[in-house]
Ligand binder design. Structure first.
Ligand code: TXA
Ligand code: MG
Length: 357
């Protein structure tokens, strides 16, 4: 049975952290909050623990795990060729929502890296995550703590929905702060390449180092190339209903979604709408959910996965979503939305043109 323990991140119960650390040291699995999403922790240096992680998530074992550390001195124990750029990036963005890819050292088992000679490393800022890493021996592998194929968990309840009975412990530290997974930056290539967009953007990196590139496959443009981060090729973050992103200016999107919802309801379908503070009043039919404010896209990032889970619970057949500008965290929001939609997008103008006939 899965033990669930509530921990206040402003007043951490060290006895609980000790208990959790012991589970990790014995090869067990502990889900815990980070500032991005909840992670499913295991000892990163233990090949058997990695196997358990894949089994609990139902995740393909060629999809590598991120190794979480709590102090910068521990980086060189798992990573080789740590450049001046890495030091500059770590100084600026760690602890925080940045994962960097390096050549791995011998102590990191291939079970953790999905057979790769490279390793992904992140130093999370959430104080509960930091204490757990220290209590667990310093190196904690943690994929998002969801069943493979479901939206990433942003609360302990989400973790429990997916993994209860399959893991040893869940540390409930409340809702996460950011709500989308860390930015992944590949430091084994020059210039460094963003493999997964997140809260830390290319513009922010370029305040610290010369130049970064972006893996073109993550931008949603139709391409036959495989993404460089193995996990990005899977259609995860997927809700049960078919999700379609409607694109245009805000006014066009609202009009087109109203039309699409009207037609779907007429066909007897149950339809969800992803709306915003600014647009929600314009919708009258369907299961309407407010994802947050366009004025503050951090709120949209924070709510996205919970809303996709809500729609699963509501058992809608179809979901229509407005789209968001590819600026700041907007790029990460659209990347996750497009993956959830299996890249199904339609033009608002085309919908409205069709409506005339
Ligand atoms: O915010 C996060 O990063 C969260 C929290 C828990 O820290 N973790 C997370 O892990 O998102 P996961 O396993 O859901 O996603 C890890 C991603 C996958 O897309 C994986 O393919 C990629 O990182 N990755 C891991 N190691 C890699 C490597 N050596 N080379 C390329 N991509 C790698
Ligand atoms: Mg994941």
């Amino acid at each position: 049975e899965t033990i669930i323990r509530k921990v206040d991140k402003h007043n951490i119960d060290m006895q609980i952290m000790q208990e959790a650390g012991e589970i990790l040291k014995k090869g067990g699995l502990v889900a815990f909050p980070t500032e991005t999403v909840y992670g499913l922790g295991a000892n990163a240096l233990d090949e058997e623990a990695a196997k358990k992680t894949y089994a609990a998530k139902g995740r393909p074992s060629d999809n590598p795990l991120i190794v979480h550390i709590a102090t910068l001195e521990d980086l060189e124990k798992v990573a080789k060729n740590i450049s001046k750029d890495v030091e500059a990036l770590a100084n600026r963005f760690w602890p925080g929502p940045l994962t960097m890819i390096f050549e791995k050292t011998d102590i990191v088992p291939y079970g953790t890296t999905g057979g790769l000679d490279t390793v992904a490393v992140r130093m999370p800022s959430d104080p509960i995550a930091r204490e757990l890493i220290l209590a667990g021996g310093g190196f904690v592998s943690a994929p998002s703590a969801n069943t493979s194929g479901r939206p990433s968990p942003t609360t302990a309840e989400h973790v429990s929905e997916d993994l209860s009975g399959k893991i040893d412990m869940i540390i409930d530290g409340g809702s996460v702060d950011i709500g989308l997974e860390s930015t992944i930056l590949d430091m084994t290539v020059n210039p460094p390449m963003i493999l997964r967009p997140g809260a830390i953007t290319a513009e922010m990196f370029e305040e610290v180092i010369d130049h970064v590139t972006i893996d073109e496959t993550i931008l949603g443009i139709e391409t036959k190339k495989a993404p460089k981060a193995p996990g990005m090729k899977y259609r995860h973050y997927a809700p049960k209903a078919k999700l379609t992103i409607v694109e245009g200016n805000i006014r066009e999107e609202v009009l087109a979604i109203r039309q699409l919802v009207y037609e779907a309801i007429r066909q007897g379908k149950r339809v969800g709408i992803i709306a915003t503070n600014e647009t929600i009043a314009y919708y009258t039919n369907g299961v309407i959910k407010n994802i947050g404010s366009r004025e503050n896209e951090e709120t949209i990032a924070r709510n996205l996965y919970a809303i996709l889970r809500d729609f699963d619970a509501e058992e809608v057949d179809l979901i229509y979503s407005e789209s968001f500008a590819l600026q700041g965290i907007g790029k990460a929001i659209m990347n996750r939305l497009e993956k959830a939609a299996g890249h199904t997008r339609i033009s608002a103008q085309a919908v409205m043109k069709y409506q005339k006939y």
